[in-house]
Design a protein around this ligand. Sequence first.
Ligand code: PLP
Length: 380
Amino acid sequence: MAQHNPPIKPKVTPIYQTSVFTFDDLTELEAYFEQPSQRYMYARYSNPNANELAEEVNKLEQGDGAVVTSSGMSAIFAAILLFCQAGDHVLCAEEIYGGSSVLLNQELNRMGITVTYVPVESLYNLSSFTKPNTKLLLAETMSNPLLRVLDIAQVAAACHQENIKLVIDNTFASPIITQPLALGADAVIHSVTKYLAGHSDVTAGIVVTKGEEQVKRIRQIMMHYGLNLSPFESWLAVRGLKTLRLRIKQHSSNALTIAQYLSAHPKVNRVYYPGLAAHPDYELAKIQGQDLFGGMLSFAIADDEAVVNKFMQSLPSIPFAPSLAGVSTSISHPVRTSHRSLNSVKRDALGITMGVIRLSVGVEEPEEILAELKEALKVI
Ligand SMILES: *Cc1c(COP(=O)(O)O)cnc(C)c1O
């Protein structure tokens, strides 16, 4: 690398777009092996941009260490491998990200890791679901699309009573709203793609965990399976992360305003938002989330595909985009996207019907979002 005199001192970490780092001699190489966390050797093992992202999120989540990964899915994969091997059994909350259940059902079972799904109401008493080879429970802080909130301290206690680990997918809440490790979870994962990066332009994931042994092991898993994140994606996510707190506050206050508006609208049959007193988890969400309820909400209009299409077409600029947590508002449709493969009897029983629209509330002025919804609701 070119040497600069006087040295260049950037305020922001540059993108270290290099796949490998150099050494002067064998003595310097040995120094790397003695203290790998102080130096860099090969970008897949670690690089300054990925490390910066890992450290910043680790601080927010109050962990002992973190690794960033190529996606939320690779983070979930890594977190399961942190505690499981062939022959083990895992528990998974029944309301879970679709990709997580596909990973468990279609891939990990081929590697000899089996799964049992636990209904929401049984998550606090796991004794009838655990087996001698059960190693962990995977659950989400806030479920999609009904925004059920998990009492993490209570679930952690239930897991530890059964001698199993708790892995929390904290994607919907973000560490601004909930810090699962402080409440007893053993590992936290995020789809960094969503709120942490926040601008709908990065695909990334992270696993944060506690204890020296677990931190060491999660680093090995990331390196050995090649689940690493590129310097540029890391850099973008670090940039997004700087405004996380500001964004979450605005997402949350906008979502509350919109949830209240929709609750009073004659064409809206149900609203699911934990910040509404009518939501079954309101009291818990209020305490656990420090008065922030997040930017995700769902609501039901008529259970009629034509009406749903009309509603989507009539939103002047809010797009239908099957992802979430960007700075600009978008809608999604659980029945046809995230919950497509769930059987329809189960879906109906949960209340996830054709008319359910999921809103990822952005950070625009609330009046702008309200005006759009008003317009589309007028037409249907
Ligand atoms: C999107 C998402 C994932 C998967 O993350 P990717 O970055 O798409 O791999 C996992 N869990 C939740 C809750 C998600 O919303």
